[in-house]
Design a protein around this ligand. Structure first.
Ligand SMILES: Nc1nc2c(ncn2[C@@H]2O[C@H](COP(=O)(O)OP(=O)(O)OP(=O)(O)O)[C@@H](O)[C@H]2O)c(=O)[nH]1
Ligand SMILES: [Mg+2]
Length: 317
């Protein structure tokens, strides 16, 4: 790493400690584009006590996830929380059509530095989307954010395994989505901690609710008691209940246990990344020692074991 990069890291670290938004933004960009530089940035900042609570808002495309986030965001900040919002594959989480109006409601929280918003592209991040999202969570946690809402793309499954990062998962469904509800049922129903039927101002809301209740009744026993929150971002029905349901669910989560789990998943992800970087390097370089090992090995398994030993011993590859 060059002197200039080191200086920049120093500046970004002290900025993040002060909660400076530009530094937070820059750190997330570094995480997306230069993972090795990000490592030196986050090491001195990381503090497990500061790990934020992460809420995943999942559901089929167009069910109203972003609109709901815009409405519950000010509720969470009004309770004294600093809130981060990460939306995946939105041009910007708060400039999409439905956000223009909601942005006005959020103005206070925004000007008080209580909400930080960021969108991420599912393609293009070095190390993949899961890495970029997890690293953004590390940055926002270090900057003192209490809650982070993540809105994954489309069905919510995408590249991010939301179960690895979120301690509360809100599943949003809406009337009139037809097949998408069927698809969502298959994959998402099992992971939801809170079920939401949004757009209850539209016809068909009752049918959607009956469908979901039926589905729940056929699911695992522990889900049968599940509450369904009915919301509309048009009439604002159910918005307070949803914010409250999220807080209540978080109360039931053992935060320390969940953070240990997220730490474990994060560690494995980083280890995999470092390891595969070594392997990529070997694919490109074919160094002399590797050629020798290969010619000495009697089978490819023994040859692979030699490579692993070499990586472990941290000898120059
Ligand atoms: N009638 C009605 N329309 C709503 C409601 N909530 C959202 N919408 C509309 O539904 C459309 C999609 O809303 P979004 O909030 O962008 O939905 P999303 O789930 O974030 O969509 P993707 O991110 O594209 O998957 C927009 O046109 C919203 O204005 C609601 O409660 N009632
Ligand atoms: Mg959206």
């Amino acid at each position: 790493m060059g002197k200039e990069q080191k200086n920049e890291i120093g500046r970004v670290i002290s900025g993040i400690k002060k909660g400076d938004r530009q530094s937070i933004s820059r750190a997330i960009t570094i995480a997306e584009s230069a993972p090795e530089m990000f490592a030196s940035l986050i090491k001195p900042l990381y503090n497990p006590k500061k790990e934020a609570r992460v809420i995943g808002i999942v559901g089929p495309p167009g069910c109203g996830k972003s609109s709901l986030i815009a409405m519950i965001a000010p509720k969470l900040t009004a309770m004294g929380n600093k809130l981060g919002v990460i939306a995946i594959d939105a041009s910007s989480p708060f400039t999409g059509g439905s956000f223009l109006g909601n942005r006005i409601r959020m103005q206070d929280s925004l000007s008080n530095n209580k909400i930080f918003m960021r969108s991420m592209a599912s393609r293009g991040a070095k190390g993949g989307l899961a890495a970029a999202v997890m690293n953004a969570i590390l940055v926002l946690s270090s900057a003192g954010y209490d809650y982070i809402i993540v809105e994954p793309v489309g069905s919510g499954q995408a590249d991010v395994d939301i179960l690895d990062i979120a301690s509360t998962i809100v599943l949003v469904l809406a009337p009139g989505l037809g097949d998408e509800i069927q698809a969502a049922k298959a994959g998402l129903m099992e992971i939801g901690n809170i079920f939401v039927i949004n757009k209850v101002d539209l016809p068909g809301a009752d049918k959607a609710e009956r469908d979901i209740r039926y589905f729940i009744s056929t699911g695992p026993a522990e889900k049968r008691q599940q509450n369904i929150v009915k919301t509309s971002t048009v009439s604002r029905e159910g918005i307070d209940e949803l914010a409250q349901a999220i807080i209540e669910h978080e109360k039931s989560v053992d935060k320390n246990e969940f953070i240990k789990y997220r730490f474990y998943m994060e560690t494995l992800r980083i280890a995999t990344e470092i390891f595969s970087e070594h392997i990529d390097h070997l694919k490109k370089e074919r160094p002399k020692w590797l050629e020798t090992s290969l010619s000495e090995a009697t089978d490819p398994y023994s040859a692979a074991e030699k490579i692993i030993k070499r990586i472990e011993s941290d000898e120059k590859l």
